[in-house]
Design a binder for this molecule. Structure first.
Ligand code: FAD
Length: 301
């Protein structure tokens, strides 16, 4: 069976020659042969099919920590569509499908007067991407509130793991260390809180973001992991690299830890800026900056 027929049979939307710049927050990248939008319940069957047919695939959430290559991707990009979170357990748990946005999850917690996810409100990714990355901000991270996850392996087998089996670390998890697994949904354990307090904290953090981050330009957030004992943005700024530009890619003037697409950037431009920043910071401070952002389809900058 070909991909289009499989998708039609399983309620999956299939787009051919889909531009990846439309699905990544950097707004860069060529075409994917196939872009498949699947409900989470059909994802295990789809993953098994792609593996059986030996079709290379890449799982993309909201594409806010991923940059696509100029030549695109030869294979299928799999995207789990957003679905609604729901209360579970004793009313302080939320079960959330992987394709939902973190923002929707944080707002659902707020609507139910549950505290613990305020930090996640401004992170623009999906729940699946956030669990994979152990996303975090302003002192909170996914690992603080995650209770369990359901995922599937390459053969489409569905499994469940508890929080401690996620092996969370700084911007890493069991899933980032074991490629080929797909997060389908996660349960978060929160606490009863005060609605007004939750709202106040979310808007304070949003304000902080607006004041310090270049949100009016396409980007993938902080490009580098925080090196031990340093802040990447400070090292880059101290090297005088704010505003450093190659083609359309630029070290943000507002936050040196961000590279922005200042207009018409290509993957090659972004890679050139990353390499220049890494070399300059290493030569000046002896510190290696490791990219946090992922390349769609894998490989290095
Ligand atoms: C303006 C801006 C601000 C940001 N601020 C923050 C911040 O404060 N803190 C922070 O941590 N990050 C931040 N980010 C980065 C990003 O939003 C997070 O890393 C987010 O968790 C990525 O989610 P995503 O769905 O976009 O993942 P994607 O970029 O789509 O994917 C990231 C990785 O996760 C994998 N993946 C995605 N979904 C699944 C799944 N269901 N199962 C298995 N693997 C999966 C992908 O294969 C890929 O390797 C920011 C980004 C931007 C653009």
């Amino acid at each position: 069976m070909d991909i289009a027929a499989f998708c039609e049979k399983n309620g999956i939307e299939c787009f051919e020659r889909e531009p990846l710049c439309a699905h990544t927050s950097f707004k860069v990248g060529g075409e994917a042969d196939f872009f498949l939008k699947t409900p989470s319940r059909a994802a295990p069957r789809l993953i098994r099919f792609l593996n059986e047919e030996k079709i290379p695939f890449f799982l993309l959430g909201k594409g806010t920590n991923t940059v696509a290559r100029d030549e695109g991707f030869r294979g299928a990009v799999v995207n789990i569509i957003p679905e609604e979170p729901r209360l579970c357990g004793d009313g302080v748990g939320i079960e959330c499908p992987a394709g939902a946005s973190l923002r929707a999850l944080a707002l659902f917690a707020f609507d139910n007067s549950l505290t613990g996810l305020e930090f996640a409100h401004g992170i623009p990714g999906s729940v699946g991407g956030a669990v994979y990355m152990n996303a975090g901000a302003y002192g909170g991270s996914i690992s603080d509130v995650l209770f369990s996850s359901v995922f599937c392996d390459g053969e489409g087998n569905i499994k469940e793991i508890a929080a401690d089996a996620h092996d969370f670390g700084y911007r890493k998890s069991f899933f980032s260390e074991n490629p080929g697994l797909t997060v389908l949904s996660s349960v978060f354990k929160l606490q009863k809180g005060d609605r007004a307090e939750i709202e106040k904290k979310m808007s304070e953090l949003s304000e902080k973001r607006r004041a310090t981050q270049p949100l009016s330009y396409p980007s993938a957030g902080s490009v580098f992991k925080r090196p031990e004992g340093h802040f990447a943005g400070k090292l880059i700024e101290d090297c005088g690299l704010k505003g450093f530009t190659r083609g359309g890619a630029q070290v943000s003037e507002k936050h040196a830890g961000f590279i922005v697409n200042a207009g018409g950037a290509t993957f090659a431009d972004i890679a050139a800026v990353i390499k220049h920043v890494q070399k300059t910071v290493y030569d000046r401070f002896g510190v290696t900056l490791e990219p946090e952002i992922k390349i769609l389809g894998g490989g290095n900058f």
